[in-house]
Design a protein around this ligand. Structure first.
Ligand code: PLP
Length: 391
């Protein structure tokens, strides 16, 4: 099997599993208890909180564990706008957000909030001028993702943070794809709230966190017990939180090496495809992108057919995002970038990890060349330009 879908989820690192195991059985105590069995869990949760806080240049009391990136996004948007209701009911976001943000915005619109979806350019970068123009006196929140999950484009987060700070507007970023892959300093970037998820960085599924700066009026999202300083009730998922902490520690230690290796691998894959397969187009920004993201469209080829053929060869990739696969709707991200529906439907996303090898990528290119050519032969629309040939 060749796994190229690390933006959808990652396998857990062996060290992460090892760190988690004692908390399923020996140290199973409820962290809320006062006996030593319970304090072991409590200590482990606090250690994970400390590791995560340090990774962002934040404080331990600013990290709230959640059931994942989706919950953190929902919390940041819903609870924050409620807490700032007297200032206004207007939110600004981008048109290329993950559905965890976009669908929460749609929900808020039904509750009477107004949302402005700021456009991006052809590379998927948010238009800062339009963002500034969208700001109104009643704007309470700007939410822009750190890196896009489909095309990997990195947003100008520092600039957006500055804009929000100058105008005294809360700034939230969905950093699920970026966290653990690029350095993030919440103070330097003026980030008020940030969402992250365990399973996108070799941690377990079903756990993540929301960072909320101590000046943010953060309302409770899940009501009940006093966990997470009364803001997010429910017995802590201790093993998962321990795993998340271990994954973050590992990601921080290995970030530079991983980035270099992934960069080499993705550059190799892009170069070979662009040289050897005619009429293909890289989606997203060529340089301002996550080092492991390769998103490419092949003229007159639907990614769905390609994905089925790739799967038959044991190659895991995806169309747009994991959450929209299965649906034949073209990607909202590529459409927002101005791609025609055909190109949006033809996008193949391959997200690598530092564990992939050049041999694996050679195999992928070999297979893709054959598959793309075969699919084009049966396409009524494909006319190969004389200047471009399969090499
Ligand atoms: C995966 C993802 C999410 C959702 O995170 P979960 O932990 O799976 O709920 C949110 N935003 C982005 C950008 C993602 O890639």
């Amino acid at each position: 099997m060749i796994y190229l879908d690390n933006a959808a989820t990652t396998p857990m690192a062996p060290q992460v599993l090892e760190a988690m195991l004692p908390y399923f059985q020996e140290n199973f105590g409820n962290p809320g208890g006062i006996y030593s069995l319970a304090t072991a869990g409590k200590k482990a949760v606090n250690h994970a909180r400390q590791v995560i806080a340090e990774s962002l240049n934040a404080e331990r009391g600013e990290i709230y564990f959640t059931s994942g990136g989706t919950e953190a996004d929902n919390w940041a948007l819903v609870a924050a706008v409620q807490a700032y209701g007297e200032k206004g009911r207007h939110i600004i976001t981008s048109s290329v957000e993950h559905h965890a943000v976009l669908h929460t915005c749609r929900y808020l619109e039904k509750q009477g909030y107004e949302v402005t979806y700021v456009d991006v350019d052809k590379d998927g970068v948010i238009d800062l001028e339009k963002l500034c123009k969208a700001i109104r006196p009643d704007t309470v929140l700007i939410s822009v993702m750190f890196a896009n999950n489909e095309v990997g484009t990195l947003q100008p987060i520092k600039e957006i943070g500055q804009i929000a700070k100058e105008r005294d507007i809360l700034f939230h970023t969905d950093a699920v794809q970026a966290y653990g892959h690029v350095p993030i300093d919440v103070k330097e970037y003026h980030i008020d709230m940030l969402s992250a998820s365990g399973h996108k960085l070799k941690g377990p599924k079903g756990v993540g966190f929301l960072y909320a700066g101590k000046n943010v009026k953060l309302r409770s999202f899940i009501h009940g017990g006093a966990q997470e300083r009364g803001r997010r009730a429910g017995t802590e998922n201790v093993p998962a939180i321990v795993g998340l902490g271990a994954a973050v520690q590992l990601a921080m230690e290995e970030m530079e090496q991983r980035k270099l290796r992934e960069g080499e691998l993705s550059a190799y894959l892009i170069k070979r495809m662009e040289e050897e397969i005619p009429d293909c187009h890289l989606n997203g920004h060529r340089t301002k992108r996550l080092s492991n993201n390769v998103n490419i469209s092949f003229d007159c080829v639907e990614s769905e057919s390609l994905l089925i053929l790739l799967d038959q060869k044991g190659i895991c990739a995806s169309g747009g995002s994991a959450c929209t696969s299965g649906a034949t709707d073209p990607s909202h991200v590529l459409l927002a970038m101005g791609a025609c529906p055909e190109r949006a439907r033809g996008a193949l996303r391959m997200t690598l990890s530092a564990d992939n090898t050049l041999e694996e990528l050679d195999e992928v290119v070999t297979q893709l060349k054959v598959m793309v050519q075969r699919l084009r032969e049966i396409s009524p629309h494909y006319v190969q330009k004389a200047s471009k040939k399969y090499k």
